[in-house]
Design a protein around this ligand. Sequence first.
Ligand SMILES: NC(=O)c1ccc[n+]([C@@H]2O[C@H](COP(=O)([O-])OP(=O)(O)OC[C@H]3O[C@@H](n4cnc5c(N)ncnc54)[C@H](OP(=O)(O)O)[C@@H]3O)[C@@H](O)[C@H]2O)c1
Length: 298
Amino acid sequence: MAEQTPANSSYRKVLVTGANGQLGSRLTELGQKPGLHWVGYGRPELDITDEERVGKVLDRERPDVLVNAAAYTAVDRAEEEPKLAHQINAIGPAVLAKACAERGISFIHISTDYVFDGAQHRAYLVADEPNPQGVYARSKRAGELNVEKAFERCREASWWIIRVAWLYDVRGKNFFRTMVQLGESGKSLRVVDDQFGAPNAARPFASTIERLIQNLETVPSGYWHYSTEGPTSWFEFAKAIFALKGLEVDLRPCTSADYPTAAPRPKFSYLDGQYFAEVLRVERVHWEQELEQELKEN
Ligand SMILES: NC(=O)c1ccc[n+]([C@@H]2O[C@H](COP(=O)([O-])OP(=O)(O)OC[C@H]3O[C@@H](n4cnc5c(N)ncnc54)[C@H](OP(=O)(O)O)[C@@H]3O)[C@@H](O)[C@H]2O)c1
C-alpha cells in the first residue's frame, strides 16, 4: 500500500508479541519513526499464555499499544494438537487482552480469513458471519471473541482485530519460499487451482499496522479486513512466483481433492480490504504488483 497523506501521530510505545515470526519480525524491523518506539518480545522472552509474565512485562514496559503477532499457525498440525492450538490462539489473546484492558493499553490482534467457511462467492466483509472449519480456524475465532469480551467494559483503551489471508514473505518458511525451493529443484509441480484468496506480503502489512497505530483515534474499534486486490488461486500465485523469479517449472493445476490436507481449507476466502484502506487513506495494491515490489526491494 502506498502512503498518500502524512500520518496523524503522537508519541507511542508499541510492544509486539511473537516478534520472531513472519509478521512480528517485519513489525519490529520497521525502524524507529518520530513518535513511535517499537519493542519486540519473541516467544522465549514472553509466552503470551503466561498470565503472570505478561503482567510483569506490561508493568515494566508500559506500552501504549500492544500488537499480538504471536500465534499457532501450523494449520494441518493443529488437527493433532487441538489443545495447544486453543491455548495459543484462544487463551493467549484472552490473557493479553485482559492485561491490556486492565492497564488502558490499546490492543491490536491479528486474525485470519479461515474464520470463514469459504462458501461465499463475493469478497468477505466484516459483517459476514464467521463459520470456522477445522481446529486452527476455530481456535482463531475463539481468540477473536475472547478479545472482544475482554474489552467489553473497558473505557480507557480500544481494540482492533485485523483479519489477513495468505501471509507470505520473500524470506523464512512459507508458500513463497516453498515454491522457490521446489521450482529450483527442477521437479514437476501440481498446485491447487480451486481455492481462491489473495496473497499478502508481511512487510507492507506491517507498514499498514504502523499506519493504524499512527491514526488510532480516527479508526473505530472492532474488526477490520486487510487485503491486496485479487482474488487469485494458489496455482496462479505459484505461476507468478516462477515467472518473476525466471524459473522454468513444469507446473500444472490440480484440485483440492487431488491434494488432501488434514485441515479443511475455505474454497473462497478473499477478504474485502477496501474499507480499511479508505479509512487509513492508503492505496490498495494488486497482489501481483506487491509480489513484484517485494522481490525488487528485498
Ligand atoms: N501465515 C499465514 O498465511 C497467515 C494467514 C492468515 C492469518 N495469519 C495470522 O497472522 C498472524 C501472524 O502470522 P505469521 O505468519 O507471522 O506467523 P508465524 O510466522 O508462525 O509467527 C508466529 C510467532 O508466534 C510465536 N508463538 C507461538 N506460540 C507463542 C506463545 N505461546 N507465546 C509467544 N509467541 C508464540 C511463534 O514462535 P515459535 O516459532 O517459537 O512457535 C512465532 O514466532 C497470526 O495471527 C496468524 O494467525 C497468518
